[in-house]
Design a protein around this ligand. Structure first.
Ligand code: DC
Length: 219
């Protein structure tokens, strides 16, 4: 059973790399960000205030989230578009900073580790959830580059976005993810850091592939 972790800030290309790794290895995917987003979505639906730590931790412990391919279901209903918007991302970043919420979701994430292996995408996959992972990848890119990618992604969905607002949102979220006391966004000591600012996706995948070959996970 091999675990590969892919950590880093939002908009850095973790999702694309993780999908590629899944198709290459046929391992399962854990999109841990989707779990925090589902919790954010659930807090709105259940009208739980972001200051209600006990309420949020209780919801986290019983979160009715499930996955079906690339779709995220809440109480069995496909909520993928709702959890992928910027508003839910902002709430997710706030609720994810609560230590009680993180510990309530820990075992749930660990349970994804099943044969033949797992690609775990998030912020603390290599440091907290799967410190035993065979390969730990940590992606970075400048906030400007990540905002550009996000604007292009939104454009493809027919949404016009203000790049300066997106840069501000990204920096605000990064700051919160990096400076929180519970599982801050930092690379594991044994992580391979990849700055993707001036790399295309093929180049990032090549670096990851080399690491997997070195560990004998790919032959
Ligand atoms: O990767 P994402 O954008 O879907 O993550 C949404 C939010 O959840 C983000 O603000 C950080 C948080 N998150 C986290 O704290 N720990 C994780 N392992 C994954 C995501």
């Amino acid at each position: 059973m091999h675990i590969i972790t892919v950590d880093g800030p939002s908009g850095v290309g973790k999702g694309t790399l993780s999908q590629w790794l899944c198709s290459k290895t046929h391992f399962q995917l854990l999109d841990s960000g989707a779990i925090y987003r589902a919790l954010a979505y659930g807090s709105v639906v259940e009208k739980i205030a972001i200051t209600d730590v006990k309420g949020l931790a209780t919801l986290a412990a019983n979160l009715p989230v499930s996955f079906e391919g690339t779709s995220v279901l809440y109480q069995g209903k496909d909520v993928t578009p709702q959890i992928r918007n910027e508003e839910t991302a902002a709430i997710a970043s706030v609720v994810a900073a609560i230590p009680e919420v993180r510990s309530a979701l820990l075992q749930r994430q660990k349970d994804f580790a099943q044969a033949p292996g797992l690609i775990a995408d998030g912020r603390d996959m290599g440091t907290v959830v799967f410190p035993q992972a065979a390969v730990k990848l940590f992606l970075t890119a400048s906030a400007e580059e990540r905002a550009k990618r996000r604007v292009n992604q939104l454009k493809n969905q027919g949404v016009n976005a203000n790049i300066n607002q997106i840069i501000r949102d990204i920096e605000e979220r990064d700051e919160r993810d990096r400076t929180r006391s519970a599982s801050p966004l930092i690379p594991a000591e044994d992580a391979i850091e990849i700055d993707t600012t001036s790399l295309n996706i093929e180049e990032v995948c090549q670096i990851a592939e080399k690491a997997l070959l070195k560990q004998g996970i790919l032959v």
